[in-house]
Design a protein around this ligand. Sequence first.
Ligand code: AMP
Ligand code: GLY
Length: 422
Amino acid sequence: MKILVVGSGGREHVLVWKLSQSPLVAKIYCAPGNAGTAQDAENLNIPADDVMRLAKFAKENGIDLTVVGPEAPLVAGIVDEFRRQKLNVFGPTASAARLEGSKVFTKKLLRRANIPTANFAVFSRMPEAMQYLEDSEEQPLVVKADGLAAGKGVFVCANRAEARAAVKSVLQDRTFGEAGSQVVIEECLVGHEASILALVDGDTIVPLDVAQDHKRAYDHDLGPNTGGMGAYCPAPLVTPTIMDDIIRRILIPTIHTMKVEGCPFSGVLYAGIMLTANGPKVLEYNVRFGDPEAQPVLMRLRSDLAHVLLLAATGRLTELESLDWDPRPAVCVVMASEGYPGEYAKGRAITGIQDADALPDTKVFHAGTAIKHEQVVNTGGRVLGITALGDTIAEAKQNAYAAVNKIQWQGGWCRSDISDKA
Ligand code: AMP
Ligand code: GLY
């Protein structure tokens, strides 16, 4: 098979790396990729959101399967275009990708299907939103821009004053442009979060082992939200009983409702779940692999990923017997640039990656990297996802941080407590 992976983050590097291990795969392209994907794939100078050029490339080069990493091209309809051109593609159509592209769509679907989630109200005008806040009790609230906002459109507000400021920023100042033409105001849930990823082919659901992300920038979950500073898998806080509950009350009714409403979902359904005192509740849906969750999850997967994703893309997941997992846990520590998640310096040299990679059961996944003058340099905020297996979570953590210590990079930093929540 010839495979095209779309995207340029750590998620795409682990996808390329894992797919390259498949005996079915002859060649992998990555568009646009990074310095890490260049090791196992040929990087293409095509942006991830240039749907027409990507489709043209796939057509002209006989690509057998395209795997789309990030949400933006999915929401923009890359899958619809590829299918129109009779190209196999793993991911949801634009109408199914609304599960990530529109929080209003998702919240309304959850309510219709009676799926547990935070209570909420939707507004498109300031006066009504302000009145609602005025009438609600003084309590923590969460304010969300409806559309895609690169992970920045969610405000967890301690009180009414903060919620007012957030609503104003979204609806009136249009900080997120059209993504803020509607706002969701919802109840603030309390509990531990878990990332539930499942492969779906429109009909059949194959849950992956559970991961836990670390969204806050600093140790002990302090500081601003980020794209994710580390993850581990499996996450013991989701017991088999809780997982059954999530499948029965959340995943199945979601996929069923999408199907009966004429937008069957295929691809990865990523449910951000809050484990509350009243059971698991949906915080959000994403329609793709999580980043950095994909790194520890796929590091543990022993099954042939190319075979599995092709079955999912072609509506044949019932042919999959089961997934084969490495029983050992995996921990991924994200190294970020100095200044991230604020402004950060770019173009700084990173060395020691080969030494880190040479450690047993360890892999350095690249995210924001490029090659400049034969040297790996940082080009993004989240730059490396250093991932290791171990016999226990504690050992996997130790192995991952041992690899972190091999990296030399001015200002590069990471959290020191990834996986401690386990
Ligand atoms: P989202 O983009 O919807 O996942 O939100 C980003 C993060 O905001 C989540 O991972 C949670 O940490 C937090 N969050 C979102 N919704 C809520 C909620 N209703 N209650 C508490 N925290 C939330
Ligand atoms: N790690 C969170 C995400 O991929 O959205």
